[in-house]
Design a protein around this ligand. Structure first.
Ligand SMILES: [Fe+2]
Length: 224
């Protein structure tokens, strides 16, 4: 076994040989490779894709902390590497929180309308609204997961756009169309910021696809 310059032979914590522990730079490189080679078939399941994403991103977030303890690093190097992702993440977290606010509002709006659908329409439309509640819950969960993985703080309040009370299903559908259109627009802003992260991109892409499909569905229900 080749001798290393300064690394201790065994870790006091794990007792493993020093060669078994990753140096900070090696860990970062390993993390980068991991993201780059995420196989597409593994992303087919959206939930597991996000789980994978969380694991990957936690490594990325932790990397600078571990690097801070490295003795041979120059002062300029970590500053340059840490600053750019931080700024990008802040903007991304802001946009994700805007989308999360729309999801939380959509949950409340659809649950409200489901309770007020009357007559024959209650047979189909109430169920449709309940499904939208469930879908929004799922979207919100994914968005929160990404925010958490980025080290951001997820909002816990809905977008404050008024939820119009009505018992007229055509008004409900008009409000649904506005909501789905706003949500789709919010996710479209996020796409360019996650294009280099395969797992985040996968999650956002599928949510955007759902929102776009919802717009078309509501337009169809409105007879357009
Ligand atoms: Fe949604």
């Amino acid at each position: 076994m080749p001798k290393k310059e300064s690394a201790p032979r065994k870790s006091a914590m794990t007792g493993k040989p020093a060669g078994a522990m990753k140096a900070p730079r090696a860990m970062k490189a390993a993390g980068a490779r991991k993201i780059a080679v995420v196989p597409k078939p593994a992303l087919d399941d959206e939930d597991s894709a996000l789980d994978l994403d969380l694991d990957l991103d936690i490594e990325e977030e932790e990397a600078p902390v571990r690097k801070a303890a490295a003795p041979r690093r120059t002062a300029a190097e970590p500053t340059r590497k840490a600053a750019a992702p931080k700024a990008a993440s802040a903007k991304l977290v802001q946009l994700l929180n805007e989308s999360l606010g729309w999801e939380l509002r959509a949950q409340a709006m659809y649950a409200h309308y489901a309770a007020y659908v009357k007559g024959l329409e209650s047979l189909s439309l109430a169920e449709h609204f309940e499904e939208e509640v469930t879908e929004s819950l799922g979207h919100a969960k994914k968005v929160r997961g990404i925010i958490a993985a980025l080290g951001g703080e997820a909002v816990s309040t809905r977008d404050d756009t008024e939820i119009v009370h009505t018992e007229d299903t055509s008004v409900m559908l008009e409000e649904a169309l506005k909501t789905e259109s706003a949500a789709a627009a919010a996710y479209q802003k996020i796409v360019p910021l996650v294009k280099d992260h395969p797992v985040f991109y996968h999650a956002i892409y599928h949510i955007l696809k759902d929102e776009t499909a919802a717009v078309i569905e509501v337009e169809t229900l409105l007879g357009r």
